[in-house]
Design a binder for this molecule. Structure first.
Ligand SMILES: *Cc1c(COP(=O)(O)O)cnc(C)c1O
Length: 294
């Protein structure tokens, strides 16, 4: 059963004298244009999970996330739009912020859980919900169905690229893109910029999904000390990129991604005349948690 949702995600070329100078063509897939809140890769990851729920007549979605989670807001908005009721277990003490407020406006029920209990999400689900009526959606939308949704990005691409870059949290999006590359027999090299420190756990995750970790190049030096951490040079880069291109990026994911791509171009990591595609995975509301830095 398909979910009725037409998406618009064009590929645009980034025009910048720096790129011309380096003889690099840089393109960006605007998954951020899919929806203001059901944004980017979060829609890709939810799509087949919501279809599964519809097919099994499941009306309740149960999911998990931190207080600034793009996934929680995407799930809240998607639940409202497609006729589900969403319950979220939020990590940490009860607080308010613009993301959680918007989740509640969309009708999501928020249940705050201490960090220790939060760790065992399967247990929280088992204790409180029955699987015939409630769909378990993991933190960040991580799942094999999510992987398939993300693989669909590749079939939408208008031309061939030498390299595709995406930010990685759980790794679902990049693994899905690699799956799409394999299925479409493309030679494009797939790269991930992990936003967490010590992201070698991603390799085990790729193996679990039967994706050969050798096929995904991890650039581990762009996490800026860890998840949602920032440094002045990252903030400066985000400001200059955003006002130069009109494409907004934020510090947690797409800022680190673009910073990495520009840094690699600057260091002549790519051959001249390379065509590079970055995937804008959305999540612009994340910037609301970082406004003090700007
Ligand atoms: C959640 C998120 C990611 C991380 O995606 P994974 O599939 O978990 O690797 C990347 N970018 C943005 C904007 C996100 O919100």
């Amino acid at each position: 059963m398909t979910i009725p949702f037409q998406i618009y995600s064009p590929v645009e070329e980034i025009v910048d004298p720096f790129l011309l100078n380096k003889e690099i063509s840089l393109f960006i897939k605007r998954d951020d244009k899919i929806h203001p809140f059901i944004s980017g890769n979060k829609w890709r990851k939810l799509k087949h999970q919501l279809e599964y729920a519809k097919e099994h007549n499941i009306k309740f979605l149960v999911t998990f996330g931190g207080a600034w989670s793009n996934h929680l807001l995407a799930t809240a908005a998607a639940a409202a739009q497609f006729g589900f009721h969403a319950i979220a277990y939020v990590r940490g003490e009860q607080i308010r912020n613009p993301i959680l407020d918007m989740c509640r406006i969309y009708g999501m029920e928020l249940r705050f859980v201490d960090r220790n209990s939060y760790r065992d999400k399967a247990e929280i689900f088992r204790k409180n919900h029955s699987a015939d009526e409630f769909l378990f959606i993991d933190e960040g939308g991580k799942s094999e169905l999510g992987l398939i949704g993300c693989s669909e990005i590749v079939a939408e691409l208008p031309q061939e690229y030498d390299h595709i870059f995406v930010a990685a949290g759980t790794g679902t999006t990049v693994a899905g893109i690699q799956l799409g590359i394999q299925q479409n027999n493309k030679a494009t090299k797939v790269h991930a910029v992990p936003v967490l420190k010590g992201a070698d756990f991603l390799k085990d995750q790729f193996i679990e999904w039967k994706i050969d970790p050798k096929n995904i190049i991890l650039h581990n030096d762009y996490h800026f000390s860890g998840y949602a951490k920032v440094k002045p040079e990252l903030i400066d880069f985000i400001k200059s990129f955003t006002c130069k291109t009109g494409i907004m990026i934020e510090p947690t994911y797409t800022g680190k991604l673009m910073y990495a791509v520009y840094d690699l171009i600057n260091k002549d990591y790519f051959k001249p005349n390379s065509k590079i595609l970055v995937v804008h995975t959305g999540g612009i509301t994340g910037i609301l948690g970082h406004l003090d830095h700007f």
